[in-house]
Design a protein around this ligand. Structure first.
Ligand code: HEM
Length: 175
């Protein structure tokens, strides 16, 4: 089947578009819930963000800075679906911008796939039986496309492995 830069087939686009239609009217609430679910499942991500703009908040749940940022995040994601799926060149530009927002913030492909799974989980919870059987696959494909535009995480083991190899080489030279 012919595929464009989105990596999605026509029927996958329709699936995503329909699911999006179900959450778009309460986007502020869903956007915040999704970010809170991400932090609940992966607490270390909280430290990536700065929510100190709201100094009065007692918790993340009532932090207006978190709320405000979650609206930007969900709107950016939504525009990929709402406008981008119909116009691959626009999808590409929107994705460039999203990628640029995350430069120097240690956000890698694997983090995008992680947030994708969290959002999918959230959608299954709130939409229940309204979610079509084809949603998970289409959703994961969209996140694979987004993730492909982010850098791979640096391999933290590399230095250690290199050191071990050097030691092995040294040892063999001394035999
Ligand atoms: C499809 C997935 C994602 C989309 C569409 C997205 C979108 C955005 C947008 C639009 C902003 C700018 C927000 C603003 O100016 O208020 C932003 C900022 C940011 N995003 Fe994402 N994001 C995604 C995934 C992630 C992931 C997985 C992480 C890692 C945990 C992450 C971490 C951040 C951070 C740390 C900022 C900067 C917030 C700040 O200004 O302090 N994002 N993102």
């Amino acid at each position: 089947m012919a595929m464009d830069i989105t990596g999605l087939s026509a029927s996958e686009k329709i699936t995503l578009f329909s699911a999006w239609g179900l959450i778009r009217k309460d986007l502020d609430v869903h956007g915040r819930n999704m970010l809170l679910l991400l932090f609940h499942k992966y607490p270390h991500y909280v430290s990536y963000f700065d929510f100190t703009d709201d100094p009065t908040a007692q918790s993340l749940v009532d932090n207006k800075s978190l709320f405000s940022q979650s609206i930007h995040v969900i709107k950016a994601f939504g525009s990929l679906i709402e406008y981008g799926l119909k116009d691959p060149a626009l999808f590409n530009e929107t994705l460039k911008k999203i990628t640029r927002f995350h430069e120097h913030r240690n956000v890698y492909s694997k983090d995008i796939l992680t947030i994708g799974e969290v959002l999918l989980d959230y959608l299954a919870q709130v939409l229940g039986r309204q979610v079509s059987d084809s949603l998970p696959d289409a959703f994961r494909k969209l996140f694979a496309t987004i993730a492909s535009r982010f850098p791979a995480a640096p391999d933290v083991d590399t230095d250690e492995k290199d050191a071990n190899i050097t030691q092995l080489e040294d040892a063999s030279q001394h035999q």
